[in-house]
Design a protein around this ligand. Structure first.
Ligand code: GAR
Length: 215
C-alpha cells in the first residue's frame, strides 16, 4: 500500500474523488495526511468526512517561501510518502522541495498545458475564443504548472456557457482522471525515469495521452 499525502488550498473536490478511490480499493494506497495552506476551507471538512488526518500550515504565518517549504517538509518527511498529490494546492513550491520529491510529486492543472499556466485559466480560454479547454496531470518540477505531462483531458467549449459552468465541466474530467492516474502510479504502471514518463502496458494511459470528454 502506497503512502499518499494530499496538499490542498480550497474546496478539495479532487481530494474527495481520490479518497473515494482509496476507499473502494482502486488506488493501492491510503491518504496518510492532508495538508492545507489555508485554514477553514471546505477541503478540510471533506478530509474529516473521510476520517483523514489533516493539518493546516498557514503560509501567511511565514515570512519567506523557504520557511513555509521547511515547515511543509517537517510534516511530510516523518510520513515517508510514496506520492505527494497537489490537488488544488495554490502555492508555488521551491526548487529544494520539488527536487527532494522528484518523481513522487504530481499536480493537476485546469488547462491544456503548456497553454495557460497560473490562474484564471477558464476565463482566459473563454476570452480567447478557444474551441477546446481541459486539464493536465503532470509530474512537478521547479517551474509553475510545468513538468512532464502524464495525461490530459479535453472538452469542447460552448461559447454560450458561463465560466462557472465550464469550471463545473472541467471538475468532472478532473474527478474522472486524477484518481485513475494515481491508481496507476500506486500500482507501478506509471513512473518517472530520467525525466520522462514511463507507462506499463497495464496502464490506463500511454504517452501523449489526450482524452476527449463529452461532459
Ligand atoms: C482544480 O480545478 C485544480 O485543477 C486547480 O484548482 C482546482 C481545485 O479544486 N489547480 C490549479 O489551478 C493548480 N495550478 P478542488 O479544490 O475542488 O479540488
Amino acid at each position: 500500500m502506497k503512502k499518499i499525502i494530499v496538499l490542498i488550498s480550497g474546496s478539495g473536490s479532487n481530494l474527495e474523488a481520490i479518497a473515494k478511490a482509496c476507499q473502494n480499493g482502486s488506488i493501492a494506497g491510503s491518504i496518510e495526511l492532508v495538508i492545507s495552506n489555508q485554514p477553514n476551507v471546505k477541503g478540510l471538512e471533506r478530509a474529516q468526512k473521510f476520517h483523514l488526518m489533516s493539518n493546516v500550515i498557514n503560509h501567511k504565518e511565514f515570512d519567506s517561501r523557504e520557511s513555509f517549504d521547511k515547515a511543509l517538509l517537517e510534516q511530510i518527511l516523518p510520513v515517508e510518502p510514496d506520492l505527494i498529490v497537489l490537488a488544488g494546492f495554490m502555492r508555488i513550491l521551491g526548487k529544494d522541495f520539488t527536487q527532494a520529491f522528484e518523481g513522487k510529486l504530481i499536480n493537476i492543472h485546469p488547462s491544456l498545458l503548456p497553454e495557460y499556466p497560473g490562474l484564471n485559466t477558464h476565463q482566459q480560454a473563454i476570452n480567447n475564443g478557444d474551441l477546446m479547454h481541459g486539464i493536465s496531470i503532470h509530474y512537478v518540477n521547479s517551474n509553475l504548472d510545468d513538468g512532464p505531462i502524464i495525461a490530459q483531458g479535453a472538452l469542447k467549449i460552448d461559447p454560450n456557457q458561463s465560466e462557472a459552468k465550464l469550471i463545473n465541466r472541467i471538475h468532472k474530467i478532473e474527478h474522472a482522471m486524477y484518481p485513475k492516474v494515481i491508481e496507476d502510479i500506486s500500482k507501478g504502471y506509471i513512473s518517472l525515469k530520467n525525466g520522462a514518463v514511463v507507462y506499463a502496458k497495464e496502464s490506463h494511459f500511454s504517452s501523449n495521452h489526450m482524452e476527449f470528454f463529452n461532459v
